[in-house]
Design a protein around this ligand. Structure first.
Ligand code: PLP
Length: 451
């Protein structure tokens, strides 16, 4: 049986004091949720955790206990929980105007679109706003079909693009797919799986080899013409899978040769998370035709966007396209404040610096714990894959779940993913400090030691 270390990792000090919690007790919330909420939702952890307050990279439960948030509400809190500058901007807007639709002029959505477009490369200058990533991807596919006049869409195995009927068809994990017709016209290419696939990390030509499956799929599975290819810039739910160099460039060549548009899903990898670039696709040296964004765009607001070129955007004018909350002034104020905070707080630089520290800590853990077979990711989008045996690579799903519980006990919240649920996902708010990173690595070390 594992022994308990006498000196447990300590959270770095924090001056924030959570308010005393006066709401319903945890058991009451569990009962309410059981009685009145969708039974398909699930909670993390054997004993569910109740979160009642957040401050930057920290979360507090109802007893006032502080946790380091290593998952950002599923990669959504990009610059910090209740970031004071964002709260102030949104509070101001809440007092002035909470809702108007695009049938009237309002400066907030226009200025926000300008600011967002200013951060995009090439001719990506026109924004559509939606409320969720699934809606954004739905719209991107519609746009590509309307623009090209083609129907077939290519996606990658191991991807996650949402849970609406259409995006469920794009998503490529059986665990997220209901047994209903949803994938009509969607084809899944093999993903560049350098851990388990035919071309590994040692193959300098892996990017080209994996991308050539896109050409095969077009030739064998479609009329030779496609509407679009959609890919996350780093696969998130699939377990922080980073593509080999040259992969997207080659894949885009095949797609464009077949008349298709290239869609980058930046829902998780965007807004500086990679540390080296503002957008994940830039790490592959490509410029997509359509970019979809959600989660980190709003730091917790129900906000998402599709950004494309003026010519492609024009394709949707053949019918009315309308979204009640798309462009909502409160959500757009929050989005605009996020852009400002990214600049003012030097978020990209921090993601690179603290991400590198985490990464080297994880590499040290991999040298020490045989259960770790792969450490991957970029910046503050990292994954640690656990296996029962490094040779067979049999996924260590149960062990991953145990590590996950131990982390929570020690004050660290992280995510898990991958098709087999054996990848620890670390994607914290990007205000994480180096002291937080050291705590995170120490907690993981202790949690792995307890197995
Ligand atoms: C890469 C990616 N795309 C799209 C989505 C769907 O976003 P939403 O849950 O806001 O619909 C997600 C959600 O996890 C995602 O990770």
């Amino acid at each position: 049986m594992a022994t308990i270390s006498c000196s447990l990792p300590q959270l770095p000090p924090c001056t924030h004091s959570p308010r005393p919690y006066t709401g319903p007790a945890k058991d009451e919330v569990i009962a309410l949720r059981k009685a009145h909420l969708n039974p398909a939702i699930f909670t993390y952890y054997a004993k569910p955790l109740m979160i009642v307050e957040g401050h930057m990279q920290y979360l507090y439960d109802e007893t006032g206990r502080r946790y380091l948030d290593g998952f950002g509400g599923i990669v959504t809190v990009s610059v910090g929980h209740c970031h004071p500058k964002i709260v102030a901007a949104v509070n101001r807007q809440n007092e002035i105007l909470q809702h108007t639709t695009t049938i009237y002029l309002n400066p907030v959505v226009a200025e926000y679109a300008r600011d967002l477009a200013a951060r995009m490369p090439g001719d990506l200058k026109v924004c559509y706003f939606t409320n969720s990533g699934s809606e954004a991807n739905d719209l991107a596919i519609l746009m590509a079909r309307a623009y090209t006049g083609n129907f077939d869409v290519l996606a990658l195995r191991n991807c996650y693009h949402g849970g609406s009927m259409q995006t469920m068809g794009l998503t490529s994990h059986h665990t997220w797919k209901f047994n209903v017709p949803h994938s009509f016209g969607v084809h899944h290419a093999i993903f560049p799986d350098r851990l388990r696939g035919p071309w590994g990390y040692g193959d300098p030509d892996a990017g080209r080899k994996y991308a050539d499956d896109i050409r095969n799929l077009i030739e064998y599975g479609t009329p030779g013409k496609v509407a679009a290819f959609i890919a996350e810039s780093i696969q998130g739910v699939g377990g922080a899978v980073v593509f080999p160099d040259g992969y997207l460039a080659r894949a885009y060549e095949h797609v464009r040769a077949a008349g298709g548009l290239c869609i980058a899903d930046e829902v998780q990898a965007g807004f500086c998370r990679t540390g080296s670039h503002y957008w994940g696709f830039e790490t592959q040296g490509v410029i997509p035709d359509i970019v979809t964004m959600a989660k980190g765009i709003g730091n917790g607001a129900a906000l998402a966007a599709v950004v494309t070129t003026p010519a492609i955007a024009q394709a949707l004018t053949s019918r009315i396209h309308f979204n009640t909350f798309g462009g909502n002034p409160v959500a757009c104020t929050q989005g605009r404040a996020v852009l400002q905070v990214i600049d003012e707080d030097h978020i990209q630089h921090n993601a690179a610096r603290v991400g590198a520290r985490l990464r080297s800590g994880f590499d040290r853990l991999a040298a020490k714990h045989d259960i770790i077979c792969d450490v991957r990711g970029l910046g503050l989008m990292l994954g640690i894959e656990l296996v029962k045996d490094r040779k067979s690579k049999e996924p260590a799903k149960a062990e991953c779940a145990q590590v996950f519980e131990h982390c929570r006990d020690l004050g660290l919240l992280i995510g898990k993913g991958g098709l087999y649920g054996n990848v620890l996902r670390i994607k914290p708010p990007m205000c994480l400090t180096e002291a937080d990173a050291d705590f995170l690595v120490e907690v993981l070390d202790e949690s792995l030691r307890r197995l």
